[in-house]
Ligand binder design. Structure first.
Ligand SMILES: [Zn+2]
Length: 269
């Protein structure tokens, strides 16, 4: 039985932030480039799965007007692929229509920007994350980094709930961890890569790999974005996993070690 996954880290754009914001003790002089990544997972029996979907050009359409324009002013985005992750996939010979499942780590715009490009895909997310989107005013959505126009009208019909311990395909090949704090109901997934090493896609439970290695929180200035106690617990969990399982590759969505600027992504197998 083949229970391993081929995985590739893709990106369609980036934003920048001061290192000191991303990690306690970081430099205010150093700017870090944060790519919006999506991970393509391919399995002999389960087919193609995307973990998140990048920005897509819709990010610009959805932030053209106020109040959502504030989003792009706080995090100015450079799109490196005009068609988004959809274009990245197609250049690799992967038609968007062959993506059967999308795992939504959380509903921030840099993770669900491309969701409308895969109308055939089943969507997997945490119920608490989905519930937190309902009935939001425009300003409340903005404060949660959510752009409602990115969410397909028929999303609810395609949703499957996942939570701590969910075995997505029923064979132990892809399992879910809840990593709340950065966003309500944020999840990560764990799987075995083709080289036999385990991988944990950790979404935005931390922004830099140094954060989970050294258990360093972001700057307190980001507290208003986060459920701080939950963030601390999720980061501590990653740190302890890192110590207990040195072979485990932990992949924060935006860490430059995972997708270095102006070069090919590492971490592929
Ligand atoms: Zn993010």
């Amino acid at each position: 039985m083949n229970t391993t996954w081929r995985w590739s880290v893709l990106s369609d754009g980036w934003t920048e932030a001061h290192e000191a914001v991303a990690i306690a003790g970081g430099s205010w002089r150093k700017k870090v480039r944060f790519h919006a990544t999506a991970v393509l997972l391919e399995h002999a029996r389960h087919g193609r799965v995307l973990f998140d979907t990048g920005y897509s050009p819709r990010f610009f359409a959805e932030t053209a007007r106020w109040p959502y324009r504030a989003y792009r002013q706080v995090t100015p985005v450079t799109l490196t692929e005009p068609r988004g992750i959809l274009g990245v996939l197609e250049r690799r010979g992967v038609p968007a229509g062959t993506v059967q499942h999308i795992i939504v780590s959380h509903w921030h715009a840099d993770h669900v920007g491309g969701l409308r490009d895969y109308p055939q895909a089943q969507l997997h997310t945490c119920r608490a994350a989905w519930d937190s989107l309902q009935g939001l005013s425009r300003f409340a959505a903005l404060l949660q980094a959510v752009l409602p126009g990115l969410i397909p009208e028929d999303a609810a019909r395609r949703l499957h709930w996942i939570s701590e311990g969910t075995d997505v395909f029923g064979d132990g090949s892809l399992t879910v961890l809840e990593l709340p704090g950065h966003a309500v109901g944020q999840i990560g997934v764990r799987f075995l890569a083709e080289d036999g090493r385990p991988v944990l896609l950790a979404a935005d439970a931390c922004w830099l790999s140094a954060a989970y290695r050294e258990n360093r929180l972001p700057h307190p200035v980001t507290r208003f974005l986060h459920d701080w106690p939950a963030y601390r617990r999720s980061l501590d969990r990653l740190h302890r996993l890192h110590l207990a399982e040195p072979e485990l590759r932990i992949i924060p969505s935006h860490c430059p070690e995972i997708y270095p600027a102006d070069s090919s992504p590492r971490g592929e197998s």
